[in-house]
Design a protein around this ligand. Sequence first.
Ligand code: NAP
Length: 294
Amino acid sequence: MPEQEIKGSTRLCGLIGNPVRHTFSPQIHNTLADLTGQDLVYTAFPVENPEGLDAAVRGAFELGILGMNVTVPYKQDVMKSLVGIDPAAERIGAVNTLVRTENGYKGYNTDYVGLRRALEDKGISLKGKNVVLVGAGGAARSAAILCAEEGAECLAILNRTVEKAQSLCDAVAAHYDKIKLLPFDLQKAGSLPLDAYIVIQCTNVGLYPKVQETPVSDPAFIRKAEAVYDLIYTPEETRFMKLCKEYGIPAWNGMDMLLWQGVSSFELWTGAQVTAAQAEIVKKKLRKVLKERQ
Ligand code: NAP
């Protein structure tokens, strides 16, 4: 529960999606509100009927809701209900944050910002680098646009369903002409014709409770990685991360991306600047909540 008293002046932010029961966003935003002294509370709203999505967004606006996060399955569909879309979110083709304007909500993608910030914090620069994305779903889309934006030299997208890797490469190519793109079959990862790459693991393989699974285990692929960022944060160390570390390759989980996407949404809604010390407190809280859930 937020520590601050809820008053007539208290602003509301929330999450729409389905399901929303297991989200960590209320813990992130209510902690940030307490730490930054914002008169704001955050809760989750399940939108069970997809046909009700537009009415939910319009209703939220009429009720004065300051901002919303959007999660599965509405990150694309919600774009139809907005008055504007940030250019990066437009290129990604998905929105996870709605920011109140005079006439309606404007959409942003803070997953993208969260991943950028998380990589920066680890000292990982994508500029001029070879990058391998493992996966070609929604999260990989944000990661792929980030790679192109940050000036990666070559982006290989490895996916179980190669057609989806191809279609994500096509989506990147539609906006960026410099980056070299390589769709590739995940099952043949060991024969990828690329060296010295940063791996961003974007599948849900290895996610709790199926912690023994890994999207790739071929040493021929793992040995050529320079650093690995796994978007999964439950468990704290995935089997894939463990395998990479056995070869001396630094590997991190997706906790910081989760944290920074939340911080970025909060800053967009409130105009507050979250300090590194405050973010660290939120991270500790997230770790505690994650441990309690497992
Ligand atoms: P998604 O759109 O459903 O995509 C799932 C991806 O995983 C697809 O590429 C899919 O391949 C692949 N996949 C699923 N099962 C597989 C299997 N058995 N073998 C090989 N590949 C398999 O999901 P998403 O929204 O992108 O999310 C992916 C992961 O990222 C989740 O674990 C999510 O929790 C995490 N995530 C983390 C953050 C964060 O803040 N850290 C943010 C967003 C997402 P096919 O195309 O072949 O089906």
